[in-house]
Design a protein around this ligand. Structure first.
Ligand SMILES: [Fe+2]
Ligand SMILES: [Fe+2]
Length: 301
């Protein structure tokens, strides 16, 4: 095989199932990484971005299903849709709890909703471009975003520092259940993009767009939470604070994030080369929320 083609690692593929999890938030404190509002709120940005973002993935993929000419990929995409719909809902359910703790996320989520539903919606056709072009562009954008959701999933599964700091177990389970499913389905968006188009220029272009949007929305979300945290008098989020948290292991290290860029842009990249399906499956076999969902499903049969 040429080294300029994606190299999937076959043993990393797994049949995808959505787990119907639920979480009880009443005992989760505002600063669920104790004494570390910056790490708490930087990770909390997931609850702002993912409900609308993952609903948008599902919306786009439902339009793409009729274009898929490969049965295994179609099954993967259906499994992906089921998992992402559940992720979106689970993160959405954290928001009322944050509001009860005095941190109303509505002003920010309204902007994120606009971003995904209007700016990246079906009607936003760049001038002179066909509907199909815009659909393929969004499929490629999702592949680029999924490079980062898999990166974050792998990070949180291995973020032992959060345990050592006494992070709230319910929040950690939400993040690791989600992270593990991101690792499980990390190849689906890329495989779909390769199947429908796979153009290298499109991969680079949409990576640049996705990366810029993620950095912009994430730092804005972290600043929003820090500025509106009712317990902080000087709630700022500075670049050096992110950098320090990355060095301490309470957030992903900036160097690791930067090193992941050339990997995605490499012509022989395939998501199955990164992360470990076995580790994800092992976490899901012990996740309190995933186990409760499994017992509830078995009981209903
Ligand atoms: Fe997800
Ligand atoms: Fe995902």
């Amino acid at each position: 095989m040429s080294n300029k083609q994606p190299h999937p690692v076959a043993s990393e593929h797994i049949t995808l199932t959505a787990r119907n999890v639920s979480f009880a938030w009443q005992d989760t404190p505002l600063h669920w990484v104790p004494g570390d509002p910056l790490a708490t709120h930087t990770i909390n940005v997931l609850h702002l971005l993912l409900p609308a973002g993952e609903r948008w993935f599902v919306h786009v993929y439902k339009q793409v299903l009729p274009l898929i000419r490969d049965e295994r990929l179609r099954a993967d995409v259906v499994g992906f849709i089921g998992q992402e719909a559940m992720h979106s809902q689970a993160h959405d359910e954290v928001l009322p709890h944050l509001k009860e703790l005095g941190l109303d996320p509505t002003p920010y989520t309204a902007q994120v909703d606009w971003f995904f539903e209007k700016l990246l919606g079906d009607r936003t056709l760049p001038p002179g471009r066909a509907r199909r072009w815009w659909l393929l562009e969004r499929v490629a954008l999702i592949a680029a975003i999924e490079h980062y959701t898999a990166f974050l999933g792998d990070w949180v599964l291995n973020a032992g520092e959060l345990d050592r700091r006494g992070a709230d177990p319910t929040m950690l389970d939400l993040l690791r259940w989600h992270g593990a499913e991101e690792v499980e389905h990390r190849s689906v968006a890329f495989d779909l993009f390769q199947h429908l188009d796979g153009g290298y220029r499109r991969r680079v272009r949409t990576w640049a767009t996705a990366f810029t949007a993620i950095v912009f929305l994430w730092q804005r979300g972290a600043r929003f939470f820090m500025a509106n945290d009712p317990t902080l008098t000087d709630g700022r989020a500075r670049f050096r604070d992110f950098h320090r948290a990355g060095r301490h292991g309470t957030l992903p290290a900036i160097g690791d994030m930067l090193r992941s860029i050339p990997r995605y842009l490499s012509r022989d990249y395939h998501p199955s080369q990164e992360g470990s399906t076995a580790q994800a499956v092992a976490y899901l076999a012990s996740s309190p929320a995933a186990l409760a969902a499994e017992h509830a499903e078995n009981g209903a049969r």
